[in-house]
Design a protein around this ligand. Structure first.
Ligand code: GLY
Ligand code: MN
Length: 487
C-alpha cells in the first residue's frame, strides 16, 4: 500500500475531474470492491484479488469492501463489516474497518449493508449514481440489483444524463467516471513506476529461470512451475496466465504438455504481479537447440529489429498507432528481403498485409492490470477521441493507439507467426491481393512463432525500458548465453 496522502490526493483529483454538472447536481461515485470468488464450494475461494480501480482510489486490499465518494459534498465513506468471532476463528484477528479506512485517509466507515441503503437513498433523491463497468459477475449482479436494471446494462458505458434508474431510465456505467479514471490511471505516478520496476525485476528472474530450463528433454510444464514459483516467492503471483509453448504461433497458448525438442522454438510470454499488484509482461523466444537455424535466425532478427525500432520511436508526441504502422512497414521490408512477400511496401502497409504475420497489435497499456483498464473499455482506454479503430487484422487488435505522453507505460511486443489455418484462409480467399508468395511460405510450415516483448515507460524526452536489467534479446547474445548456461 502507498502512503495515505497518495489515496487522498487521487480522490481529490477525481472529484475535480467529475465536475461537468453544476455543484449540487454531481451525484455520487460508487466503488464496489471485489468479493471472494469460490473455486467450487464457499470457503474454498480463489486467491483474493482486489478490483483494480478500488485499489487505486481506496487502497484496501480486502474482500467485501465498497466505497462512495459524494461528488457534491466531498464526503467519503468506506463500507465493510468488522470481523466477528467466527471470522476470527478461521482467519485470525483483523484490524477494524474504521482503522483500515483511516489508513487510506477516509474518516468515515459504515457496515456493508449501509452501502446499498446509501445508493437507494441517492436514487430516491434523483441524484446521479456514477459507477464503472464491473469486471466480475458478482459485482455485475450487485449493481444490477442495487440499481434495478438488467445486468447487461451495467456492463455498458454511456454518458450519464442524470438518470439513476428512476423514471424508467436505463442506467449504464458512467462514461464521465470512466474517462476521469482512465485519464488518471494512464499516467503513472513515480510510486507506481517504482512498483512496475519491481514487477519487472521479478519478471526478469522468472524469464532467466525459464531460459536456463529450456533444454532438450525438459517438459514445458516443469519450466512453467519453476518460473511461477519465483513470482510466488517474490511477489503476488503471475500477472496473467503464463504462455509457454513450442507452438508459439498460437498467440495465447496455455498448454504446456510438450517436451523441449531440438530444432524447435520456445516462446515464453509471462509476467509477475508485485505485492502491491503492479504488473510486468515480457516475451522471449528461444531456440530449443541453443542455436538458431538459419531460417529461425532470419525471422528472429526481423522481429528483434522491429522491437528495437518501436522503442527508438517511442517518445511524447507520436501516436502508438504510427509506431505500429512503422513496425509493420519494417517487418514487410524484412519479409520482402526473404521473398515471402513481394510488391510495393506502401501498398502492403495500406492493405494490412502485415496482419497475416502479426495478427495482433504492437502493444497495450500496463499498470495495475497487465492490459491496463481494458475492463473500462478497450477503445476508451487505448484510443484518443480523434482516433478510430481499424478493422484490419492486426492493426484492428491494437489496444494502445494513443498519442504518447510522459508517464504512459506500454508494451513493445512485435511478433511474426506462421499460422497454417490463417495462411490457408488468405490463400483461398485472396486476402493478400497478390502480395504474399505462398509457395515460399510452404518452407515455414511448422516454424511456430516469435514474439519479443519489453515494458516501456514514456519519459519527458523519450522512453525507458522498465526493470533493473533488460533480458538478453539479440540473437548472438541468446546463443552465447544459452551455450554458457548449458556448460
Ligand atoms: N502477455 C499477454 C498479452 O499481452 O496479451
Ligand atoms: Mn503483452
Amino acid at each position: 500500500m502507498f502512503d495515505t496522502d497518495v489515496y487522498v490526493r487521487r480522490r481529490k483529483t477525481l472529484i475535480g475531474k467529475m465536475s461537468s454538472a453544476p455543484q449540487g447536481r454531481r451525484g455520487i461515485a460508487i466503488f464496489p470492491g471485489n468479493a471472494e470468488a469460490p473455486q467450487n464450494y464457499r470457503g474454498n475461494d480463489y486467491r483474493f484479488r482486489q478490483e483494480s480501480s478500488f485499489l487505486y482510489f481506496w487502497g484496501i486490499d480486502e474482500p467485501g469492501y465498497a466505497a462512495i465518494l459524494d461528488l457534491d459534498s466531498g464526503q467519503e465513506t468506506v463500507y465493510a463489516d468488522d470481523v466477528d468471532i467466527a471470522d476470527i476463528i478461521w482467519m485470525g484477528p483483523q484490524p477494524s474497518v474504521q482503522s483500515k479506512a483511516e489508513r487510506v485517509g477516509v474518516a468515515r466507515s459504515a457496515p456493508a449493508s449501509e452501502f446499498g441503503k446509501a445508493v437507494a437513498a441517492a436514487k430516491s433523491q434523483g441524484r446521479t449514481v456514477h459507477f464503472l463497468p464491473p469486471s466480475r459477475y458478482y459485482n455485475t449482479l450487485l449493481l444490477s440489483s442495487l440499481l434495478g436494471v438488467p445486468a447487461e446494462a451495467v456492463r455498458k458505458t454511456a454518458p450519464v444524463q442524470g438518470g439513476t434508474g428512476c423514471c424508467g431510465k436505463a442506467v449504464t456505467a458512467s462514461e464521465e467516471l470512466v474517462r476521469a479514471v482512465i485519464s488518471m490511471r494512464l499516467i503513472k505516478e513515480p510510486c507506481e513506476i517504482e512498483e512496475i520496476d519491481k514487477a519487472c525485476g521479478i519478471g526478469w528472474l522468472m524469464h532467466t529461470e525459464a531460459r536456463r530450463g529450456c533444454r532438450p528433454g525438459a517438459r514445458e510444464q516443469d519450466i512453467v512451475g519453476r518460473m511461477e514459483g519465483i513470482t510466488i516467492s517474490k511477489g503476488w503471483g503471475v500477472s496473467f496466465t503464463t504462455i509457454l509453448s513450442q507452438n508459439g504461433e498460437t498467440l495465447h497458448n496455455h498448454s504446456h504438455h510438450q517436451t523441449i525438442t531440438p530444432g524447435r522454438l520456445l516462446l515464453i510470454d509471462a509476467g509477475a504481479e508485485s505485492n502491491t499488484h503492479y504488473a510486468s509482461d515480457f516475451t522471449r523466444t528461444y531456440p530449443c537447440s541453443g542455436k538458431f537455424t538459419t531460417q529461425q535466425r532470419e525471422i528472429y532478427d526481423i522481429v528483434e529489429s522491429c522491437n528495437e525500432l518501436a522503442f527508438s520511436l517511442s517518445k511524447p508526441g507520436i501516436t502508438y498507432r504510427q509506431i505500429h504502422l512503422a513496425v509493420a512497414r519494417h517487418m514487410l521490408e524484412g519479409l520482402s528481403g526473404l521473398g515471402i512477400v513481394r510488391g510495393d511496401i506502401d501498398e502492403m502497409v495500406a492493405e494490412g498485409t502485415a496482419g497475416l504475420f502479426m495478427p495482433h497489435g504492437l502493444g497495450h497499456n500496463m499498470g495495475i492490470d497487465v492490459h491496463d483498464m481494458e475492463d473500462l473499455g478497450e477503445d476508451l482506454v487505448g484510443y484518443d477521441e480523434d482516433q478510430k479503430r481499424s478493422s484490419q487484422l492486426g492493426l484492428g487488435s491494437l489496444r494502445m493507439a494513443r498519442r504518447l505522453c510522459p508517464g504512459h507505460v506500454i508494451t513493445d511486443e512485435p511478433g511474426i507467426y506462421f499460422i497454417p489455418a490463417l495462411i490457408r484462409k488468405w490463400k483461398i480467399e485472396g486476402t493478400d491481393k497478390g502480395f504474399v508468395n505462398f509457395p515460399a511460405l510452404e518452407k515455414y510450415h511448422g516454424f511456430g512463432g516469435i514474439r519479443l516483448e519489453d515494458d516501456v515507460l514514456i519519459t519527458e524526452d523519450g522512453a525507458r525500458r522498465l526493470g533493473p536489467e533488460r533480458l538478453p534479446i539479440k540473437s548472438d547474445e541468446i546463443e552465447s548465453i544459452m551455450a554458457e548456461e548449458r556448460l
